[in-house]
Design a protein around this ligand. Structure first.
Ligand code: NAD
Length: 372
């Protein structure tokens, strides 16, 4: 079956102060069985026990700083299975009706929302109001208005909001950013991003506009948008976009099949990108400057990521993205560590503003100005 997960795996062919946490952290550390680590441990509940939720849960087995301790699901049989697989206490399990009660649970620090896109807005706001930190999958929401409301709700509740941008911790990606900052490519002039796969089952939520909020752009095109920003190191100031639809039955109104888009950056660089649900193995990034270049292919799949720059091949070792992400996010949430590339709600809001503008540009050809 063609699915996004199949695709990613195929190209992969692989506020809380220390003293307050220490007791709980040590308990979690003992539970994790890692006797060499004595720092704080982020105790996480996953909401949405689907394909990606499973991947995150498996990856967290290798974390020292983050531990899966809770579940939120509408399917009782999944709770039973997952409880046995990950040794989850029954008192840390909730459904979509009662998860607000998590506010009374002192053994959960954060909830990772891994449900269909359209549910993120309400779920993140409910988690925030229950006083827990939130990690939300990308796209953070369906549009910038929703994203802003989520940021505001987390701020009002005094909790942190992070978004699952796993590439922001990926070593080859970070090495390209380091080389660019060190001047290895000179003035950056051009970025190309290709993001896509051939989507299968026409009945899946990714092809239902009410749950997906769009099509390929929300799901996979967002990787090119986000990468253009961290690779160039600037936020775009204009966008143009063109849509192609070859199958209006499968890709009904409100579900984009293929969109080409262009982004202009204040330093003069231009990005040319493709987002598609109709072409396989589209996962490339290319950056060209006056003095050098960088390229990744595969660029954003689950890894190993591969690539080179004008200085040579990139050889940083692969580590499971979600393990690294959760280790780093635990350090951000518990120790105030700064992410190498931001992963907070404001970062995700910028991508949502660009997506809003791309959808507007498809309908009204010409440059749409962006102010991020
Ligand atoms: P999935 O269909 O495999 O899982 C979704 C889960 O949500 C299922 O367990 C489903 O039962 C549950 N759910 C709860 N309410 C639902 C409802 N009303 N309708 C349908 N399902 C409902 O999807 P997925 O691939 O796990 O994607 C979930 C989220 O994770 C999406 O936002 C997606 O963009 C994101 N994602 C991110 C990455 C990444 O690399 N960062 C990879 C895959 C998916």
């Amino acid at each position: 079956m063609n699915s996004r997960r199949d695709f990613l795996q195929r190209v992969a062919a692989p506020l809380i102060a220390w003293p307050f946490l220490t007791g709980r952290a040590q308990a979690a550390e003992r539970a994790s069985g890692d006797v060499s680590y004595e720092g704080p441990v982020l105790r996480v509940a996953i909401m949405g026990l689907g394909g990606y939720g499973t991947m995150v849960a498996e990856a967290m087995k290798d974390c020292r700083k983050a531990k899966l301790v809770g579940l939120i699901s509408g399917t009782p049989s999944k709770i039973t299975d997952w409880r046995a697989r990950y040794h989850i206490d029954a008192k840390n399990c909730y459904n979509y009706e009662n998860f607000d009660q998590i506010r009374h649970n002192p053994d959960i620090d954060a909830v990772y929302v891994i449900t269909p896109n359209a549910l993120h807005h309400d779920e993140v706001i409910r988690v925030a109001r229950a006083g827990k930190h939130v990690i939300c999958e990308k796209p953070m929401a369906l549009n910038a208005r929703e994203g802003q409301e989520m940021i505001d709700a987390c701020r009002q509740a005094g909790v942190k909001l992070l978004v699952g941008y796993r590439m922001h911790f990926e070593p080859k990606t970070l090495e390209i950013i380091r080389q660019r900052k060190a001047g290895a490519f000179g003035k950056v002039l051009f970025f190309q991003g290709l993001s896509g796969f051939r989507i299968g089952d026409p009945n899946q939520w990714r092809l239902n506009p009410a749950l997906a909020g769009g099509g390929a752009m929300m799901d996979i095109g967002i990787y090119s948008i986000n990468a253009s920003r961290y690779m160039i190191g600037e936020d775009p100031i204009w966008v143009t976009a063109q849509e192609t639809k070859t199958d209006p039955v499968k890709f009904r109104e409100g579900v984009d099949e293929t969109i080409q888009f262009q982004l202009g950056f204040p330093g003069g660089a231009v990005a040319s990108c493709l987002s598609t649900y109709s072409m396989n193995d589209m996962d490339k990034i290319f950056l060209e400057g006056e003095k050098g270049f960088a390229e990744l292919h595969p660029a954003t799949a689950y890894g190993p990521i591969m690539g080179r720059t004008s200085l040579g091949e990139l050889t940083q070792p692969h580590r499971t993205h979600q393990t690294v992400q959760m280790e780093e996010m635990a350090a951000i949430l518990l120790e105030g560590k700064k992410a190498p590339v931001p992963v907070d709600g404001e970062e995700a809001l910028k991508d949502l503003k660009i997506i809003d503008a791309i959808y507007a540009a498809v309908k009204a050809p010409g440059k749409i100005a962006l102010s991020l």
